[in-house]
Design a protein around this ligand. Structure first.
Ligand SMILES: Nc1ncnc2c1ncn2[C@@H]1O[C@H](COP(=O)(O)OP(=O)(O)O)[C@@H](O)[C@H]1O
Ligand SMILES: [Mg+2]
Length: 276
């Protein structure tokens, strides 16, 4: 298990400061029972997530990335060690986090406004308050003009925007994003990467962003955690040495990007093509 190579406070170019520890994994392991046999998904995870940072998690399929997000959300308890949120052990369920997965879970019988309104209705806001807040969220995610469209009438990117607006309507302090753009084509994916980074920075959100795509992990992240194959352990944690206001569209020509990609690829390469 590798130690953290750097703390965001030591690298002023990569993360906002000052930073406070929001989530902490302390010696975390998780076992499942599958067909009556124990399956060690992750083990020995020591990891801190700092306020305001975008932490990307990359590693081979089945190494336990989603399991770590699930434990942060309080959906699973760890088998060993502790998961803390602002110093308190995470219980079911962690109200400070919002979760976005690959599938958007939009309600097909509700239009865009109806879907985004759900958390606001649950909170008991008045019709007027909901209207104002939804308009603000639609503007934020670039969906103004699509208020009355139903999910089936939206493109893949618009559905993501709608799901993102609904997530932001809860106003969670931390966003857990589990391969949210995996199903999008390459160009749209890049567009969403640009927007999510810009939006999270502007709103000061803390983000744990899981991807199996190293390029995405580098483009979006302030720091990147690389996992080994299952049982997932932390192979490396690196600062991403790119400007906070990086131009994701043109990263491929940036020598710093090329260097960090090559460096992380060497770390990830041994896991490629190895079956669970
Ligand atoms: N609820 C569960 N019950 C049984 N096994 C699970 C469960 N969740 C995850 N696993 C297993 O734990 C391992 C890690 O899964 P996961 O966290 O989904 O990996 P990743 O997101 O990195 O692909 C996999 O082998 C998976 O099958
Ligand atoms: Mg997963």
């Amino acid at each position: 298990m590798a130690a953290e190579l750097a703390h965001p406070e030591t690298t002023s170019t990569t993360a906002p400061s000052p930073t406070e520890e929001l989530i902490r994994f302390e010696g975390v392991g998780k076992r499942f029972t599958v067909d009556g046999k124990p399956l060690q998904a992750v083990e020995g995870i020591d990891l801190s997530v700092f306020e305001g940072e975008i932490l990307t998690l990359v590693g081979p399929s089945g190494c336990g990335k989603s399991t770590l997000l699930n434990m942060s959300a309080g959906l699973f308890a760890p088998s060993d060690g502790k998961v803390l949120y602002r110093g308190e052990q995470v219980k079911p369920y962690n109200p400070s986090v919002g979760y976005m997965t690959q599938s958007d879970h939009l309600l097909p019988w509700r239009d865009v406004v109806g879907n985004i309104s759900i958390p606001l209705e649950i909170k008991g806001l008045s019709k007027r308050e909901i209207g104002d807040r939804v308009a603000e969220l639609l503007d934020m995610v670039g969906l103004s003009g699509f208020e009355t469209s139903f999910p089936s009438q939206l493109s893949g990117g618009m559905r993501k925007r709608c799901a993102l607006a609904r997530l932001l309507a809860y106003n969670p302090e931390t966003l857990l994003m589990d391969e949210p753009f995996a199903a999008l084509d390459a160009m749209l994916r890049m567009r969403m990467q640009i927007e999510i980074r810009e939006l999270c920075r502007r709103l000061g959100k803390t983000v744990m962003f899981v991807t199996h795509d190293l390029d995405e992990a580098i483009a979006i992240g302030d720091r990147c955690v690389v996992f080994t194959r299952r049982p997932g352990t932390i192979e490396r944690i690196v600062d991403i040495p790119l400007a906070p206001d990086r131009d994701i569209l043109r990263l491929r020509h940036d020598p710093a990007y090329m260097e960090i990609t090559a460096q992380l690829w060497e770390v990830l390469a041994p896991s490629v093509g190895v079956e669970d």
